[in-house]
Write a protein that binds this ligand. Structure first.
Ligand SMILES: [Zn+2]
Length: 457
């Protein structure tokens, strides 16, 4: 307490005399303002988008004005511009949403990010609280949704939080932006979630009088920019894994069906890239679902994984959703790709009747369930959809997959209120809230006939 008072007194003296160079008593030499760009050659060409939050409203935005008239938007901009210069010097391909004190809509920010298609998106903010009288101050990082659907954002957030904590010496945390915007999360993270990993950094509270004093000091702003810089450097040093999906059959897009295939037993593979030279793939880390089912895979080589989807694929739409890690423990984003097996006359009715019949015999339950899922993929709006979902939910329960079973029961209850099957559930789901879904970053699917040589069977 006494120490804090001394520091504030020193600060006052220095800010009055204008003598500030290097006076801030950083415990660590790490944040000295001397970043050597030559040491970070792996940042060269990396696409990074910086978004200094808010802008142009300093006069009227009383919530974002702190002690002594400090405004969040000016600090955001200062830090972002310093970071922008640091990153530029390494040869990184950096964009910034604003370089001046101007008002930009969140939609414009989102559009800029999606157009640039960066490897990483960082929105730079400082926090304010209604509890100003309590001296609230800690670092905070937001990710969209949750850790499960945004593993790479979470991984960057962890690195950034570590840097923030080193600098501010107060424990902070990483939380979901649903904690603030409970239906949707923040627009800037939500509408860039299929493009790249992203975070909102809140390096302490401008509304705290002690922190507001520090944030007025350019050296402290530089140290904060440096904290971002080191987290970014570590993030990219671990590599940025990505993947493509290959299928042995031809893919047609001339029909009304999307990525249409005609072979019901194609070889499907995921080709994984570690995203860094000399770094491999963690072969056990691949997590794949097809139409919501966990599926096994076989490694055909160090980076090629053949999917074992079972006996065959049924007519209708299918999606493959997956993620994996490289050998440095860095996760990929969650990826998704989709294709359709040609639908012929009578396929739908056959899948429904056979599917329900198969479901009732324990030997063929899984195949029955796959048939019903395929049927549902082509009829999500039909009057019969409620019955299909009821049977799908029941099927998942029968094979012991309660998570998927609950998911489909809830989907039936919330999305098909007029179905008689939905009405059966009204006791169970009253008050339940349907969870937010994340599809995954879309990755294409490529025809690769040579794959036929590496069938799983
Ligand atoms: Zn803000």
């Amino acid at each position: 307490m006494l120490k804090n008072k001394v520091i504030i007194l020193l600060l006052l003296i220095f800010s009055i005399t204008g003598c500030g160079a290097g006076f801030w008593p950083f415990d660590s030499l790490k944040y000295s303002g001397n970043v050597n760009p030559g040491q970070y050659e792996w940042l060269k060409g990396r696409k990074i988008f910086l978004d200094p939050g808010h802008g142009g409203k300093g006069d009227s935005d009383l919530f974002r004005t702190g002690p002594g008239g400090i405004t969040e938007e000016e600090i955001n901009l200062k830090v972002a511009l310093i970071l922008y210069d640091m990153l530029k010097k390494t040869g990184a391909d950096v964009r910034i949403s604003r370089k001046r004190d101007v008002d930009i809509s969140n939609q414009d920010r989102v559009d800029m990010v999606n157009e640039f298609n960066p490897d990483l998106f960082i929105s730079i903010h400082h926090n304010g609280t209604a509890r100003r009288a309590d001296d609230v101050n800690y670092p905070l990082i937001f990710i969209w949704g949750n850790r499960q659907v945004r593993p790479l954002s979470y991984s960057f957030a962890e690195m950034l939080l570590e840097e923030f904590q080193n600098l501010i010496e107060v424990k902070g945390h990483i939380i979901s932006d649903f904690s603030v915007y409970r239906e949707t999360g923040t627009r800037v993270l939500r509408e860039t979630r299929y493009t790249c990993p992203g975070v909102i950094g809140e390096f302490g509270f401008f509304s705290d009088s002690k922190h507001a004093l520090r944030l007025r000091d350019l050296h402290y702003n530089t140290a904060e920019a440096e904290a971002y810089f080191y987290a970014i450097a570590e993030f990219f040093e671990r590599g940025l894994p990505y993947a493509e999906v290959l299928i042995s059959s031809t893919i047609a897009n001339e029909t009304f069906l999307y990525n249409m295939i005609t072979d019901e037993k194609p070889v499907i593979a995921i080709k994984a890239y570690s995203g860094m030279e000399g770094v491999g793939i963690d072969r056990k880390s691949l997590n794949v679902t097809m139409d919501g089912f966990n599926v096994n895979y076989k490694a055909a080589s160090d980076d090629l994984f053949i999917i074992d989807y079972g006996k065959k694929i049924y007519p209708g739409g299918h999606n493959l959703r997956f993620s994996f890690k490289n050998s440095r423990g860095q996760s990929s984003m969650i990826y998704i790709t989709g294709f359709t097996l040609e639908i012929k006359k009578g396929d739908y009715d056959r899948l429904v009747s056979e599917g329900i019949r198969y479901l009732n015999s324990w030997r063929s339950r899984k195949e029955g369930l796959k048939m019903l899922l395929s049927a549902y993929s082509m009829s999500t709006t039909e009057p019969d959809a409620g019955r299909l979902l009821w049977n799908i939910a029941r099927g998942f329960k029968l094979i012991g997959d309660t998570v998927n079973s609950e998911y489909y029961y809830a989907k039936l209850f919330y999305f098909y209120p007029q179905s008689r099957f939905s009405k059966k559930l009204s006791c169970k789901y009253k008050g339940y809230r349907f969870p937010v879904e994340y599809n995954g970053k879309y990755t294409g699917i490529k025809s690769e006939p040579l794959l036929l040589d590496c069938s799983v069977k």
